[in-house]
Design a protein around this ligand. Structure first.
Ligand code: NAD
Length: 314
């Protein structure tokens, strides 16, 4: 049984904790947050206000880091120095040099490390990558990826609105799509960029050049409470593959469409994507790597370096 500790019991921990709780081969034994009220509902766990004390008193196999972005790398290295395997929420850091520092610490201490970039485990995005890899609908010609929402006013200590601690829209929001692009399609060049940033709003628009095709991407924290929207549309030679308005549809050249969002009912045009929780997929993937001593093959250091380098040059 893997013994797991989690630090940072804020918003995203609400997606991680239930996954650990349901896993048969892992037990979430300890939580840590500087705000005791965040841990009140987990009375059966050992709760710590100090990370150092948690590391000292617990014998953990895995640490799950759900802290604000600027703390990820230091906390990861500290835990790995104690021989603990680490999964951290995205991004690995705001600083390029931290990627090498974190991966070196993992290597030196012979532990596993993974950044929880959840789109790599999201069924719609996994299918898009499969369509690209297999050339099922021909070559990729163009793509659009969008991630929009209102300004995050809820974070602890307002850290998300502080560029030095969160990196704002590029590092907090757009990084989801950029990381997926680098993972699925390789290393791009930035062909066009535009950013409008004020005290309480941030918007970026980019065009990435992959050689044979380009991808437009938009991400925003609008000042208005705009509904969260994450969509994509990819033009292949023989089909447009789109995840829009809550539906994933493949629009074929012959005007037929395959709707992947409806229940399979025997109609050959309708198939279903697996109903799966991407946060569970990513956490189970890492736990499996740790339990069975497998390399964390789905992530490469150079991909993470490429993403940070692009974002730090915007
Ligand atoms: N993958 C996703 O879809 C997704 C979604 C949201 C957030 N995130 C990432 O998750 C991370 C956390 O975001 P969030 O929205 O949960 O933030 P949050 O502000 O809601 O939570 C952060 C928590 O960390 C605690 N904390 C701060 N300093 C601490 C310290 N030194 N020791 C212990 N606890 C400390 C705070 O009290 C707070 O409870 C961010 O890096 C963000 O990029 C990922």
């Amino acid at each position: 049984m893997l013994k797991v500790g989690l630090v940072g019991v804020g918003g995203i921990s609400g997606a991680h904790i239930p996954v650990w709780e349901e896993m048969e081969n892992a037990e979430l034994v300890a939580l840590c947050d500087i705000r005791p009220e965040r841990m009140e509902k987990y009375k059966e766990k050992r709760c710590y206000l100090s990370f150092d004390e948690m590391l000292e008193k617990e014998e953990l196999d895995i640490l799950d880091i759900c802290l604000p972005t600027y703390l990820h790398a230091d906390f990861a290295v500290k835990a790995m120095e104690k021989g603990i395997n680490v999964i951290t929420e995205k991004p690995i850091s705001l600083k390029n040099e931290d990627v090498e520092r974190v991966y070196s610490a993992a290597k030196k201490n012979n532990v596993k490390f993974m950044v929880a970039h959840v789109l790599r485990f999201w069924p719609e995005y996994e299918l898009l990558k499969e369509i690209y890899d297999t050339k099922k609908y021909g070559r990729l010609l163009s793509g659009t990826m969008i991630r929009l929402g209102g300004y995050p006013k809820w974070s602890w200590d307002g850290w998300m609105m502080d560029e030095k601690r969160s990196g704002m829209v590029p590092f907090d929001l757009h990084i989801h799509d950029l990381d997926f692009m680098v993972y699925a399609f390789g290393l791009p060049k930035v062909k066009y960029q535009y950013r409008s940033k004020l005290a309480n709003q941030d918007y970026i628009s980019l065009v990435y050049d992959f050689g044979d095709f380009s991808i437009n991407s938009e991400a925003s924290w609008y000042a208005a409470s705009y509904p969260f929207t994450a969509e994509f549309r990819f033009q292949f030679e023989d089909a447009v593959v789109a995840s829009e308005n809550g539906k994933m549809i493949i629009h074929l050249r012959n005007d037929e469409k395959i709707d992947l969002s409806v229940e399979a009912d025997g109609d050959t045009g309708n198939i279903n994507l697996p109903k799966s929780n991407a946060y569970a997929n990513e956490i189970q993937y890492f736990a499996d790597c740790v339990e069975n001593n497998k390399p964390v093959e789905k992530f490469k250091q150079e991909e993470l370096e490429c993403v940070l380098e692009i974002l730090n040059n915007l």
